[in-house]
Write a protein that binds this ligand. Structure first.
Ligand SMILES: NC(=O)c1ccc[n+]([C@@H]2O[C@H](COP(=O)([O-])OP(=O)(O)OC[C@H]3O[C@@H](n4cnc5c(N)ncnc54)[C@H](O)[C@@H]3O)[C@@H](O)[C@H]2O)c1
Length: 359
């Protein structure tokens, strides 16, 4: 079988830490282009990895019939436009999370996926995580009983990324902690709970600890250093309550809060058992039997979920198989996130339930 020729669009952190190494490790893939509007980044990649052509305009890729698949690793504001152009040019797309800045942009991407039939997967990488898949299976098999609620916490003490840069500028990122971190947490919930349709959403977002940029204290800053001349107009804290066709969900997330320890976990609450998933780490099962409270932490072989994601993408480009990260499933999370922002802006609950349809 011939190798799949791929192009990397956006040669920053996630491209270098996850996408490029995963393609290089897969003998069925060949990277033909490294593209970045900061040409030096594309050139550095071509030199470092000893392959590929460095370019600064992704439209070169559109015109090259050799390229079958692209990874879009740019900031959020150009996910939709680049993904749409690539699909229209006959390229299969793996686009980093979040799908886009807004639900409307994500719907446009979905529409073009349906029109062109090209693959459009979003980088909801936890769907390729071994532990998350074990939890999903346990829920499907009824081991938790009735999964009635999921509590989501992604709260950090001081972890605002690149203050004043792309991540804290709404016009670029679409939002802050909710769209950047919350998208992963809500995606895990949706995946494990069988992608239940959202019904009502109430949310409140806050732009508090980072807005006085010069007086924001921190120890480390990822995606830094700070740009004090830049913009900070996104949420650093979000709280929300979501009803779905499955479990209800509460969300408390923050890039920065005046708290002592980071709390990054998801509680799946069933009437037979509950699971606490420590984000990116182990999970513990809690239940009760014969008057005793039981607690167990399963041991299993962990795999690299980014490698799994990209290997699956390459395989589906050849086979046409539909992956769990398909835009059609990810769109529900985009809908919920948009509804949380809309609810906060409008000071009201957002309902997707048709009049008179609620039980
Ligand atoms: N899956 C994950 O866990 C994960 C982790 C980190 C980042 N991300 C996502 O990946 C994306 C990139 O994040 P990052 O941290 O790598 O950012 P980054 O700023 O380090 O890299 C982005 C790169 O894209 C380039 N770029 C911008 N516009 C471009 C365009 N039109 N054409 C080509 N290149 C362009 C920039 O110059 C930059 O080099 C974001 O959407 C982010 O949410 C996902």
């Amino acid at each position: 079988m011939s190798k799949t020729v791929v192009a990397i669009i956006g040669c920053g952190t996630i491209a270098n830490s996850a996408h490029i190494p995963a393609y290089l490790a897969n003998s069925d893939a060949e990277i033909k282009y490294f593209c970045d509007i900061r040409k030096e980044r594309a050139e550095q990649a071509a030199e470092k990895y000893g392959c590929g052509i460095a370019i600064e305009d992704y439209r070169v890729i559109l015109d090259d019939p050799d390229v079958e698949a692209v990874s879009i690793c740019t900031p959020n504001h150009c996910h939709a436009s680049i993904a749409i152009d690539c699909m229209r040019a006959g390229k299969h797309v793996l686009c980093e999370k979040p799908a886009a800045r807004t639900y409307e942009e994500a719907l446009e991407m979905q529409k073009v996926q349906h029109e062109t039939g090209m693959t459009l997967n979003i980088g909801v990488v936890n769907r390729f995580n071994t532990g998350v898949n074990i939890i999903k299976k346990m829920i499907e098999d009824g081991e938790l009983g009735d999964l009635y609620h999921v509590y989501v916490s992604f709260r950090a003490q001081r972890s605002i990324p690149g203050l004043g840069g792309d991540f804290t500028t709404k016009a670029v990122a679409g939002g802050g902690a909710l769209i950047d971190w919350g998208v992963h947490f809500l995606d895990i919930v949706m995946y494990c709970a069988g992608d239940p349709e959202p019904q009502t959403v109430t949310g409140q977002t806050y732009c508090k600890l980072g807005k006085d940029m010069k007086n924001y204290s921190y120890l480390n800053m990822w995606a830094g250093p700070p740009n004090y001349e830049g913009t900070y107009d996104v949420d650093d804290f979000v709280t929300a309550m979501i009803r779905t066709a499955g479990p209800s969900i509460t969300v408390n997330g923050a890039w920065a809060q005046n708290i002592g320890v980071d709390e990054m976990y998801i509680d799946f609450l069933g009437d037979k058992a509950g699971i606490r998933l420590q984000y990116g780490a182990e999970f513990t099962i809690y239940s009760a039997k014969h008057g005793a409270l039981l607690e167990s932490t399963p041991k299993f072989t962990k795999t690299d979920h980014f490698r799994n994601e990209i290997n699956s993408f390459l395989a589906c480009v050849k086979s046409g198989e539909r992956l769990p990260s398909h835009i059609d499933t990810v769109i529900l999370t985009a809908k919920m996130i948009q509804a949380i922002y809309d609810s906060s802006d409008q000071g009201r609950e957002i309902s997707f339930v048709k009049e008179g349809a609620r039980a």
